[in-house]
Design a protein around this ligand. Structure first.
Ligand code: PLP
Length: 476
């Protein structure tokens, strides 16, 4: 260290400072000249200035500075690296090897290529977004997906906003502003990233009226709380937790009957928005259609959870209730853009054709254990063939994939996992090496029992070669 470094105190700081090139000198260097020409010149100038500033500061505070780092060529390289990094995309694709299908941090539902094509076609030109081709008159953007949503949910009408949180906000603002909304204490949920039912309620200028207790709420608790201020009875899907043990909550039918008796709308925030029944896979999640048939005035659900489409919030239900929400000024503020409508329409059309290949999240949920076992076996063989005998241990084991996305907290899908252990790296180090590869796509994995776990359920077959290359590189 001592012979390759220099202490500003030994050589005078003045002397070292004088050695530093000026910004103008730096900008005459060939790589910086080229960079300033092909990208933003002020970005290059600012970066050069910052790098010099930082070196001056370090010298002035007597920090240990390698003499080479004061040379123009090194400073140039550093400026280029900083500018390149700044200009590189921040939002980038990753491979999801966690087995969590609707992973909120990884963008929830991936879309099929056909859906992306629909986005592209709409994005790169003009469209009939709000134009009725038959009459040549102004149209409404709602019509493109409303007909499909009506068909798939049996609701009389449906509209779409930015996400389900926005859906609840505008619904309560339109139907309960200035009045009270009754919610069971067992349903005052918080979903990830600060979606809290009581706070949404406050923003919609409705007053939350809690009924019952955390674990037991009876229909009489709702009825006893009804006053002339009551505007809405709200039921919220307990998306990311379960209360078990000594519990009670009224049947949907009881709540709906109570609403009818008092002429109050009964609204269900379903969260997930399952359109096609999954009970054959052991997933006891109610469908949107079942809630509509049950008689809720409005049912609210997300576009990018179990539905498997783009981020959106769908409000489906009775004609008058939908119309009231549609008329509220917040609806205009929270409406979705044409790209989302294109993606949602493509996804909903795939439902009508039961085309699960066109809805990757649904396809992943439906992947069989046998299929995953075969894929995992082949994958392990291909990785092992490229490794030296002592490099790593790869074993297959049974374990769960998770649906995720605050949809069905306890639903797990049996999967075949690949456990990777290395003699060279700990599981934590391996996880980091996969996440931050020297080259190529970052891979996100799980860690369990000091082993790295790879679940192919959430890996697209066409990503397997990239994944195996990443794993081999990480193990070396
Ligand atoms: C996830 C969820 C929401 C929020 O949905 P976003 O589309 O993410 O805004 C609202 N309510 C429930 C019950 C949920 O599960």
């Amino acid at each position: 260290m001592a012979d390759s470094t220099t202490r500003a105190g030994v050589f005078s700081a003045q002397e070292l400072l004088r050695q530093l090139p000026s910004v103008d000198e730096l900008l005459k260097l060939p790589r910086l000249m080229a960079l300033a020409e092909k990208s933003d010149r002020t970005l290059v100038v600012d970066t050069a200035r910052n790098v010099l500033q930082e070196l001056r500061k370090r010298l002035a505070s007597n920090e240990v500075v390698r003499p080479e780092s004061l040379e123009a060529a090194q400073i140039e390289a550093r400026v280029v690296a900083i500018v390149d990094e700044f200009l590189a995309p921040s939002l980038q694709p990753v491979i999801n090897a966690t087995g969590v299908i609707l992973h909120t941090n990884l963008g929830r539902a991936p879309l099929a290529t056909a859906t992306a094509d629909a986005i592209r076609a709409t994005a790169t030109g003009y469209s009939n977004l709000e134009y009725d081709l038959a009459s040549g008159q102004r149209g409404k953007r709602d019509v493109h997906v409303a007909r499909l949503l009506r068909r798939l949910t049996t609701a009389v009408d449906a509209i779409v906003v930015n996400n389900c949180a926005a859906g609840l906000l505008v619904t309560l603002a339109a139907l309960a502003r200035g009045g009270e909304v009754l919610v069971s204490r067992g349903e005052l949920i918080e979903i990830g990233d600060g979606f809290r039912i009581p706070e949404i309620m406050e923003q919609s200028a409705a007053t939350l009226r809690e009924v019952g207790t955390t674990n037991r709420t009876r229909i009489a608790d709702y009825e006893n709380a009804i006053t002339e201020k009551t505007r809405v009875l709200l039921r919220v899907h307990p998306s990311n937790f379960r209360i078990t043990g000594f519990t009670d909550k009224p049947e949907a039918a009881e709540l709906i009957a109570l609403g009818k008796r008092y002429n109050l709308p009964v609204i269900e925030d379903l969260g997930s928005g399952l359109l096609a029944d999954l009970s054959s896979l052991g997933i006891a999640e109610p469908t949107v259609g079942a809630s509509v048939v049950e008689g809720f005035s409005l049912v609210l659900f997300s576009g990018d959870k179990l539905l498997g489409g783009p981020q959106a919030g769908i409000i489906a239900g009775e004609k008058d209730a939908v119309a009231k929400v549609r008329r509220h000024p917040l609806f205009r503020a929270l409406r979705v853009d044409k790209l989302i409508l294109a993606a949602l329409e493509a996804t909903l059309r795939a439902y009508l054709q039961s085309d699960w290949n066109a809805i990757p999240a649904q396809h992943m949920i439906r992947a069989s254990l046998k299929e995953l076992e075969q894929r995992a076996g082949k994958f392990v063989a291909s990785v092992q063939a490229a490794l030296q005998p002592g490099d790593a241990q790869l074993v297959l084991l049974n374990g769960p994939s998770v649906i995720g996305g605050g949809s069905t907290p306890t639903a797990e899908l049996p999967s075949r996992l690949i456990r990777v252990a290395s003699h060279r790296y700990s599981a934590v180090q391996l996880e980091q090496r996969m996440r931050r590869p020297a080259a190529g796509t970052p891979v996100i994995c799980r860690i369990a029992d000091d082993g790295l776990l790879v679940d192919l359920r959430t890996v697209f077959p066409e990503q397997e070669a990239t994944l195996s290359a990443a794993l081999i590189a990480a193990l070396r």
